[in-house]
Design a protein around this ligand. Sequence first.
Ligand code: COA
Length: 161
Amino acid sequence: MGIMLRAATASDIAFIMACERRPDYERFVGRWPEDKHRAVMADKDFRYLVAHEDSAPLGFVILHSTWLRPQNLYLKRIAVHDADKGHGKKVLAAVTDWVFAQTDTERFWLEVVQGNPRARHVYLSLGWVEEGIVRDAFFDDATGARGSFVQMSILKPEWRR
Ligand SMILES: CC(C)(COP(=O)(O)OP(=O)(O)OC[C@H]1O[C@@H](n2cnc3c(N)ncnc32)[C@H](O)[C@@H]1OP(=O)(O)O)[C@@H](O)C(=O)NCCC(=O)NCCS
């Protein structure tokens, strides 16, 4: 069976928080408390999707759109519960299909921690393109210094191909 996507509800927040808090994820993905997730979920500029295969939830994404940049959709967050089992590639492929087929998005983009080779590999292998470095964009607790993101995107014509 393929991946199914559905809009998350408040009852999914425990699963989402569990994904965010998996071991070794702390450098790569934000960890929001429940009240923050509830508030963001209620914001119409954000959309939460939970990905399932059969009945088991595999992971989630948070998408963000803004009137400041129409038809650009930001992948704010992606995490699977169990890494390195092929779930992330399947989930991201399904989300990308959904984004271009079901919304008016022309450019789907993200920022990935520069030192996150697994995620960068996953994006590249699905046709995403590295656009450049977002320098010193966050404070990295692990190194005690500012860290950079790699900005990446996939355009609708690239997805079609
Ligand atoms: C990033 C994430 C969504 C990817 O999902 P996943 O289920 O782990 O990925 P998959 O198992 O589908 O694929 C992993 C791929 O990366 C490769 N890989 C694993 N570790 C790697 C590493 N250290 N360097 C490079 N590639 C690596 C695997 O070989 C595999 O590639 P292949 O299929 O070409 O062999 C998941 O690891 C995750 O939730 N990580 C924590 C949060 C995070 O980093 N989110 C991204 C924020 S931008």
